[in-house]
Design a protein. Sequence first.
Length: 117
Amino acid sequence: MSRKTIELEVCANREYLNQYLDYDAEGLRDQDVDAFIEVLIYNLRDYDFDVYVATGGRSTYHGWNNAQFKHRFGVVGSFCDLSPLDYSVIHEVIAFAKDTMNDQVWSRMKREGTVAQ
């Protein structure tokens, strides 16, 4: 039996991501946000979701906030019907991407001496 295609959109807007990821405006570097998005998209696709970076109006801070998704998970949105398993997988992948990015930021800050070792 074939699974129905589920499309997910990912917000790549830096202003939104700084707020969502709970960093101040200068806290994240572009490479940190890029790593988060890359890990997020790769792992969602690994679970057979069709994943796209938001474009057009939804690529802006206010556009993402005002998008009328059927389901929103902060940085991920969908207009598709989702099962409880889909919900669980999406939440787990987002948490994994956050943890991966936080590890990267922490390691960089330790190397740069901007945090106590």
